[in-house]
Write a protein that binds this ligand. Structure first.
Ligand SMILES: CC(C)(COP(=O)(O)OP(=O)(O)OC[C@H]1O[C@@H](n2cnc3c(N)ncnc32)[C@H](O)[C@@H]1OP(=O)(O)O)[C@@H](O)C(=O)NCCC(=O)NCCS
Length: 306
C-alpha cells in the first residue's frame, strides 16, 4: 500500500491536492516478488472458485493488459497452462482501461456463437512499472491489480449489447512516448505520459454520453439499474458521469479508486468485487459498466453481477 504521504516523497504534491483532484487516498503497487503473471494467476483462481468451475472446463482465456512486458508469447497462454486450462484458446488484448469491457464483449460473442463454452476474462496491470514515479502528472494516479470473471452459457442474458469504439487521432493523449525498442537502445524505460486535461474533457463529455448510450442499448432506464461501475479513473470523472446519467440515489456507485488507485484494465472487476464484498451490491444485480482510456478506446455494457 502506498498512501499519499509516501507518494509525496516522489513528487511535489500534497495529500489534499491528490484527494481533491482524484479521490485517491492510497494505491496498491505490486511487491518485488509479484509480477503481472502472478497477479493474473491469483485473480484467475479466485474467479474459478467463485464460479465453482474446474480449470479443465475453461476453453478460452483472454487477458487484457498493457503491462505484460513480453511482446510474445501472450500472458493468456501462460495463464491457461499454469491454471490447468490445458489447450484453451488464449490471447491478450491491448485496450488499456477499456480492456476488461473489451474482453467481456469478446467472451460473450465466443460463448454466444458456440466457439467457446467457458471463457476466463482477466484484467491485470502493474502500471507502477510503466510509470515514472517522479512525473507529477501521472505518478499519483496509476497503480497495480487484477480481477477476473468466467463468462459461460446461461438461460438468461447476463451481458447486454456492447457500445464501443476508438479514436486513434487522440493516440498521444495517453501513450508511451518512446517505443520499447528505442527505449532499450537508449537504456531507459518507456513510461506512460498523459495529457490530463484532454483526458478529463473527453471522459466527462464523450464518455459520459457513451455510458448513456450503453444504458439505452440495454433497453433499461436509470431506475432499473442497481449499480454503476465506471472505470476507476478519477472520482471527479465519475461524479460528472453521474450528473449526465441522472442515476437515482438507489444506484450504488463503485469508488474503489479511493484505496486502489487507477489500475486500468483491472479497475472494473476490482470495482465490482468491492461492491459485492461490502454488501452494497449482490450477485444478480443489474450493473452498468464502462471502461475508457489510452487509444483512445472505450467500451460499455449492462451486465448481471456474478
Ligand atoms: C491529472 C489531473 C488530476 C490534473 O489536474 P489539473 O487540474 O488538470 O492539473 P493542471 O496540470 O491543470 O495543473 C493545475 C495546478 O495544479 C498543479 N499540479 C499539477 N500536478 C500536481 C500534482 N501532482 N500535485 C500538486 N499540484 C499539481 C499545477 O502546478 C497547477 O498549479 P497552478 O494552478 O498553481 O499553476 C486532471 O487533469 C485529471 O483528472 N485528468 C484526468 C486523468 C485521468 O483520469 N486519467 C486516466 C484515464 S484512464
Amino acid at each position: 500500500m502506498v498512501d499519499n504521504e509516501e507518494m509525496c516523497t516522489y513528487i511535489d504534491s500534497s495529500d489534499e491536492w491528490i484527494q481533491q483532484r482524484t479521490g485517491i487516498v492510497e494505491r496498491r503497487w505490486a511487491s518485488d516478488d509479484e509480477t503481472t503473471e502472478s497477479l493474473a494467476l491469483d485473480a484467475a483462481r479466485n474467479a474459478l472458485a467463485h464460479a465453482g468451475l474446474d480449470a479443465s472446463a475453461i476453453d478460452g482465456v483472454i487477458v487484457s493488459t498493457v503491462s505484460h512486458f513480453h511482446q510474445t508469447p501472450s500472458l493468456a497462454a501462460i495463464v491457461a497452462a499454469k491454471i490447468g486450462a490445458t489447450g484453451a484458446a488464449a490471447f491478450d488484448i491491448s485496450a488499456a482501461c477499456a480492456g476488461f469491457c473489451y474482453g467481456l464483449a469478446q467472451a460473450e460473442s465466443l460463448v454466444r456463437s458456440g466457439a467457446a463454452t467457458n471463457v476466463l476474462v482477466i484484467g491485470v496491470e502493474t502500471l507502477s512499472r510503466l510509470t515514472d514515479l517522479h512525473d507529477r502528472s501521472t505518478a499519483f494516479l496509476f497503480s497495480d491489480g487484477a480481477g477476473a470473471v468466467v463468462v459461460g452459457p446461461s438461460e438468461t442474458n447476463g451481458i447486454g449489447p456492447v457500445i464501443w469504439g476508438s479514436d486513434g487521432d487522440q493516440a498521444d493523449v495517453i501513450n508511451q512516448t518512446t517505443d520499447w525498442l528505442t527505449a532499450a537502445r537508449e537504456g531507459r524505460p518507456a513510461y506512460i505520459a498523459m495529457q490530463g486535461q484532454s483526458v478529463f474533457r473527453w471522459a466527462t463529455g464523450f464518455i459520459a454520453d457513451a455510458a448513456k448510450r450503453t444504458l439505452e442499448a440495454s433497453g433499461l432506464t436509470p431506475d432499473q439499474l442497481d449499480a454503476f461501475v465506471p472505470h476507476q479513473a478519477n472520482n471527479r470523472i465519475t461524479d460528472s458521469m453521474l450528473r449526465h446519467l441522472k442515476l437515482p440515489d438507489s444506484v450504488v456507485v463503485a469508488r474503489s479508486i479511493k484505496t486502489m488507485g487507477n489500475n486500468s484494465a483491472a479497475s472494473i472487476p476490482i470495482g465490482i468485487e468491492s461492491l459485492l464484498k461490502s454488501g452494497e451490491a449482490k450477485s444478480g444485480d443489474t450493473c452498468l459498466i464502462i471502461g475508457f482510456g489510452a487509444g483512445l478506446v472505450y467500451a460499455g455494457q449492462v451486465i448481471t453481477l456474478p
